[in-house]
Design a protein around this ligand. Structure first.
Ligand SMILES: [Zn+2]
Length: 179
């Protein structure tokens, strides 16, 4: 089962990727730097602490934060709100080995909505966040499958379509659907 309470080290493996300078494309070195950034504004503003991999290109003496660092910042914001991160939501779906379309069919969620959550385009509300966490529980998932299963004596066509969606394996989750 997926780790839903991941800490900062969840991105540790991706931080080990070989970073390259965006200007001269030379290999960059990495230094972990503790950063405190302000999230929100006014009275609701909070200070969030992260440890970022800061890249340094020795060839052109350029320091930069790449997408790994941006992801760490984003995760800190989601954790601050107590919400699943986009990557955790995608992991929940992929652990069921379902495409977004098949996942939407079973859960009643909108396929486009799922995509927006998984890409961070929009943030799920509290109710949907809890629903998603329940979907990660095998008992809840089984109960849901029974709930949406055809009630009685399904015609053969319906039964076949159920099998089709069940066997749909992890389709490449890239930009397959609408923008
Ligand atoms: Zn460079």
């Amino acid at each position: 089962m997926n780790k839903l309470s991941g800490e900062e080290d969840q991105v540790g493996s991706s931080a080990l990727e070989k970073p390259t300078c965006p200007y001269c494309e030379q290999r960059a070195t990495t230094t972990l730097v503790d950063e405190t950034f302000t999230y929100g504004s006014g009275e609701g503003a909070v200070e969030l602490n992260v440890r970022l991999p800061v890249r340094h290109c020795e060839a052109c003496d350029f320091h930069f934060i790449d997408q790994v660092g941006e992801r760490i910042r984003t995760e800190a914001v989601y954790r601050h709100h107590g919400l699943l991160t986009p990557w955790e939501i995608r992991a929940i779906r992929e652990s069921r080995r379902l495409s977004r379309a098949a996942f939407a069919e079973i859960t009643g969620l909108g396929e486009a909505t799922i995509k927006r959550w998984e890409t961070g385009a929009i943030t799920q509300n509290r109710a949907n966040d809890r629903y998603l966490r329940l979907l990660n529980d095998d008992t809840c998932w089984s109960a849901l499958k029974r709930l949406v299963a055809p009630k009685s004596e399904p015609p053969p066509a319906r039964a076949a379509s159920t099998h089709r969606s069940r066997s749909t394996t992890s389709a490449p989750p890239a930009a397959a659907a609408s923008p």
